[in-house]
Design a protein around this ligand. Structure first.
Ligand SMILES: [Zn+2]
Ligand SMILES: [Zn+2]
Length: 361
């Protein structure tokens, strides 16, 4: 497609002439009008986007119609995918095209590619660690020291990369800007891409003499011992965050997240902050009642089995369960009771039970 032909203007047409020609044709072919022609209308718009802009026009004059993607299709790359919200839809709203400033649309469109962006230094990675503790430790709270091998700021240069006592000099590769700019010229203007300078990693400066400990990396692999304090009442699967205890990078330290796992306990079942245990009592104990000693997480505890206790009954010891995490108070300790049916009876025991049966018990 020859943009000059499309608009019917000579190559040396002035900006005003191009504009006038565009307006006249746009009115004529506007798809909302009778006798309008959407395809033609789009071509006119495409041509005006280029010829109506001095810079783009100059490039078009230089590169000609070889530039762009489509060639004969009349749909150059930018017109197909460009434009606000899903492609150009000229004239769908009556009169909508009149006030459109294509220069603006295109600066917006190309702005995305040309935007320099702000280079933010990356923080170090977060570290996730798992820790297994016992239920008793979860009950009391526990402190553990762990050793983590990780990227740390070099202690000699403090991450500055140069040998202490020497200084940094400007990076020659990027002229101290930390950025390498590459400009691509297109028919619609130039697109500038900005990359971080590989030489100085975007710092703009390089060490005169590299730090002897980290060899100029600013970062070293080191084992760090970290004290992990696990609060009482923690639940299995919960994370504890340690700000700034992750790996180091130019932008600072990441975080350490410790996931706590609590070992299964054969005696105590945990449900939320409540603890469940099971006991078996004999038939006479159930019938007559008795004081018994049971184990809780806070030590031995006497419980009163009331007379006439049925199998499956539960005795609740209030406040004898797990401590509430970061809150005052405790859950409960619940004792489930099962009644043992006597087996392998002695002669005497059989006689006694027969007596009981006679009693209707
Ligand atoms: Zn160093
Ligand atoms: Zn550089």
């Amino acid at each position: 497609m020859d943009y000059y032909q499309t608009l019917g203007v000579p190559k040396n047409a002035s900006k005003d002439e191009v504009k006038r020609a565009y307006r006249k044709l746009a009115h004529k072919y506007h798809p909302d009008k009778q006798g309008g022609d959407e395809k033609k209308f789009k071509e006119i718009n495409e041509a005006y986007q280029v010829l109506g802009d001095e810079e783009k026009k100059a490039q078009y004059d230089q590169f000609g119609s070889n530039f762009g993607s489509g060639g004969g299709s009349g749909s150059h790359g930018f017109s197909a995918k460009g434009g606000p919200a899903g492609g150009w839809n000229f004239g769908s709203r009556a009169g909508g095209f009149e006030g459109v400033d294509f220069g603006d649309i295109f600066s917006e469109f190309f702005g995305a590619g040309a935007r320099t962006g702000t280079r933010t230094k990356q923080k170090g990675r977060d570290i996730k660690a798992d820790m297994m503790i016992s239920l008793e430790e979860a009950y009391r709270g526990v402190e553990r020291e762990i050793s983590l091998k990780k990227n740390a700021m070099c202690s000699k240069c403090n991450g500055s990369k140069n040998e202490p006592g020497t200084s940094l000099k400007g990076c020659k590769a990027c002229g101290g800007s930390g950025e390498i700019r590459q400009t691509h010229r297109t028919v619609l203007g130039s697109i500038t891409q900005v990359h971080e300078c590989a030489e100085c990693k975007g710092e703009g400066k390089i060490p005169e003499k590299k730090c002897s400990k980290c060899r100029g990396a600013g970062i070293v692999q080191e084992a760090e011992r970290i004290n992990i304090k696990i609060p009482a009442g923690i639940h299995s699967g919960e994370h504890i965050a340690f700000q700034g205890k992750g790996e180091a990078a130019a932008g600072g330290y990441g975080n350490l997240y410790v996931e706590v796992h609590i070992k299964e306990n054969p005696q105590f079942e945990r449900e939320g902050d409540d603890i469940y245990t099971n006991i078996e009592i004999s038939m006479p104990q159930a019938a007559l009642g008795e004081t018994m000693t049971i184990k809780t997480l806070s030590g031995e505890q006497d419980i009163q089995i009331p007379s006439g206790t049925e199998s499956g009954a539960m005795i609740k010891l209030q406040g004898k369960g797990m401590p509430r995490l970061h809150r005052p108070g405790h859950g409960d300790h619940c004792v489930r009771i099962a009644i043992r049916t006597p087996k392998n009876l002695s002669k005497h025991a059989k006689e006694l039970l027969s007596e009981l049966r006679k009693e209707g018990i």
